[in-house]
Ligand binder design. Sequence first.
Ligand code: 4UW
Length: 545
Amino acid sequence: RSGFCKSNSVFYSKRKPCPHPPNHSLDVTTFISSRAHHGKIAFIDASTGRHLTFADLWRAVDSVATCLTDIGVRKGHVILLLSPNSIYFPVVCLAVMSIGAVITTTNPLNTTREIGKQVADSKPILAFTTRQLVPKLAESTLPIVLLDEDEPSQSQSQQYVKSAKILTTLSEMLKKQPSERRVRDRVNQEDTATLLYSSGTTGASKGVVGSHKSLIAMVQIVLGRFNLTEGEHRFICTVPMFHIYGLAVFALALLASGTTVVILSKYEMHDMLSAIEKYRITYLPLVPPILVALVNGADQIRSKYDLSSLQSVLSGGAPLSKEVIEGFVERYPTVTILQGYGLTESTGVGASTDSLEESRRYGTAGLLSPIMEGKIVDPESGEALPVNRTGELWLRGHSIMKGYFGNAEATANTLDAEGWLKTGDLCYIDDDGFIFVVDRLKELIKYKGYQVPPAELEALLLTHPEILDAAVIPIPDKEAGQCPMAYVVRKVGSSLSESAIMEFVAGQVAPYKRIRRVAFTTSIPKNQSGKILRKDLIQLATSKL
Ligand code: 4UW
C-alpha cells in the first residue's frame, strides 16, 4: 500500500515505508535506549557547557524512575513538568514514561491561572519545576520536585519556596542507585505517555492523549527522514520542549540516532548564533519567525558569526512564504531549507520536504510522512476530493492521538470512527503528492509558532463588566506570522478604550496570547447556531489594514 495512490480518494505516502515494531509490550524509552550510542554526548547546555553523555542520561533516567516508583508513582499517574528547556527536561520525561506514568508539560510563560486550569484538568500527582517557577503553581497543593542544582540564596528561598510543598530535588534523585528490582508495571504500546495541551479545531486548550505507539511511530519517522548515521551531526534546540515540536524531536527522536543536541534554555538570537559557531552546529530546527530574523539580519549576522558548519535549517509549526524561502536561499546558499508540518494531535508528524528542491515548490508543506494516509474532504458535503481540489486535510496513522483527555465530545468531533484526524487545515494535494496548506479552517491563531486559542480570549473578554460581546481573530504580522485582534461590542454607555481592553487581557494571560489590536463594532456576526463568523471578521479586518 505504499506509494502515492489516488484510488478511493485516499492518498498514501510516497516516502520509503518504515515498519512499526510489532511487539505489543514496548515503551518508547526502551525503544529509544536500545538504539542510543553510549559514550557519546547526548546533550550540552549552550550557556554553561554542562553535558550528559548517553550513558549519563540513561543512568539519570533510571535513578529518577527508581525514585518516582519509591514515592508511589505508578502507571497512569500524571506528572507535571513546568520548566524551560534544559538538559534534564528529557531526563524527567523519559523517567516518567519509562514507568508507564504520563507526562504533561506547560509553557513557563503561562500565568498561574492558566497553569491552574491545566492542573485542574490533567490532575497531576506531582510536579517538577524550578525554584523560580514555583509561584506559578500557587493555585495548587501539588508536591514539588525542584529541578535547580544550585543552592538558592536565602531571600529567594524565602520568597518563593516557603509555602510550597517541596518533596525533594532532582539532584537528590540523581544520587539514587537505580534499582532493577523495583516494582515495575508492564508498559504497552497502547498505554498513554503524554498529555500535551492544544486547542485543536475549536474552543479552549484540551489534553491531547498520546500513546507510546504514537511516539515510537514519530521516532521512526524522524530517524528515517535524516540520514544521521554518516558523519558527525550536531543539532541545536531553539524550540520549547513543552511543545510537541521540541518534545518530539529533541527530547525523544534524536536520542535514538546518537546525535548530540545543544540546548538553549530559551531562544535568543545572539545566544543561538554564538552556540552555532561555538559547537559547529550542522542542523538548526526552528519556527518561521526565527527564519525571518535570519533573513532580515543576514548581512550583520554573517559578518559577526561563523555559521559555516550549518548544513540544514528545518522550519515547522507555521507556514513559510516564498519570499522567506527565496530570501534565505539567496543569503545562505550553502544551507538546505526543509519544512515540517504536523500537529500536537498527530505527535508532530504529517508531512515534510526532505530536499531544497522539494522546499522550492513554494507553499508546500511537503509529502505525506511515511505510513501516514491523507484525505482531502469537502467541509460542506463531507465528500473526499481528488488531487488539486481544496478541502480539509484528514490524517490517519500510528502517530495520531488517542483522543482528548476526558472530553468525548471534542474527541468525536476531531477523530472519526475509522481513525481519521480532522486537522482543521484547508489544503490541497497536487499531482505529485505535495500538500499545500492554503488556510486554517480552525479557530487557532499562531503567534511565533505558539498556540493562541481565540475562544479562551473571548471568554476572558466577556468577563469584563463593560463588554457585551467579543470575537478574536488572527491578523497577519510580518514578524510573528499572526497576531490576535479583538472585535468588541461595548455595553451601552461604556467608553472603554482599546488600550484598556488590551491591558485587561494582558494582565491575565501569557505574553504570547496578548491582544495586539482592538476594533469596536455594534454586533458580532454569527450563524444561526450562534457560531462566530470569523471569516467575515477576518475579511473586514484585512480590508482595513
Ligand atoms: N506549514 C503550515 C507548516 C505547519 C503549519 C504546523 O501547535 P500545533 O498543534 O503543532 C505544531 C507542530 C509542529 C511540528 C512538530 C514536529 C516537527 O518535527 C515539525 O517539523 C519541523 C513541526 O505546530 O499546531 C498545528 C498547526 O500548526 C500549523 C497548522 O495549522 C497545524 O494544524 N502548522 N506546521 N509547516 N502550517
